[in-house]
Design a protein around this ligand. Structure first.
Ligand code: IDP
Ligand code: MG
Length: 150
């Protein structure tokens, strides 16, 4: 199966009207959209998503941020999409994110950094199972051979 990653536009990204911009960057790169939904997040669900960070001092603030408004949850597929997705997103702290990245172009504060992307293939699988228990859409773009050599 082709590599997949979980991408979430956080509440600030939705409120600021960055949904189309974020989707466009992944779409124009050539990745394939496999799942997409707008939803509010329950506190327990946000805590589960970020469970690896539960001992961090910013954990409660982070959970509060994620449940503060609707998010857009997505699954994107393609060659090395986990690593390349993180490159498209930029460094965690927008002060260190390069211009041209989503966080570099659209964020200032680490606690309002617009977007989440899985940090490894293993966490992507966990996150996709958590956010898309119903599964994703199986399809192949007719552009596939024009984007992928094989
Ligand atoms: P990532 O989103 O780039 O993978 P993580 O270390 O997994 O970064 O942290 C998850 C999220 O927690 C970050 O995107 C950011 O919103 C928030 N966060 C991380 N470190 C800090 C911090 O030092 N202060 C406040 N929020 C933080
Ligand atoms: Mg992370």
């Amino acid at each position: 199966m082709a590599e997949q990653t979980f991408i979430m536009i956080k509440p600030d990204g939705v409120q600021r009207g960055l949904v189309a911009e974020v989707i466009a960057r992944f779409e124009k790169k050539g990745f394939t959209l496999r799942g997409l939904k707008l939803q509010n997040v329950e506190q327990a669900f946000a805590e589960k998503h970020y469970e690896d960070l539960s001992s961090k001092p910013f954990f409660h603030g982070l959970v509060h941020y994620i449940i503060s408004g609707p998010v857009v949850a997505m699954v994107w597929e393609g060659k090395s999409v986990v690593t390349t997705g993180r490159t498209i997103i930029g460094a965690t702290n927008p002060a260190q994110s390069a211009p041209g990245t989503i966080r570099g172009d659209y964020a200032i504060d680490i606690g309002r950094n617009v977007i989440h992307g899985s940090d490894s293939v293993e966490s992507a699988q966990k996150e996709i199972a958590l956010w898309f228990p119903e599964g994703t859409v199986q399809w192949k773009s007719s552009l596939h051979p024009w984007i992928n050599e094989q």
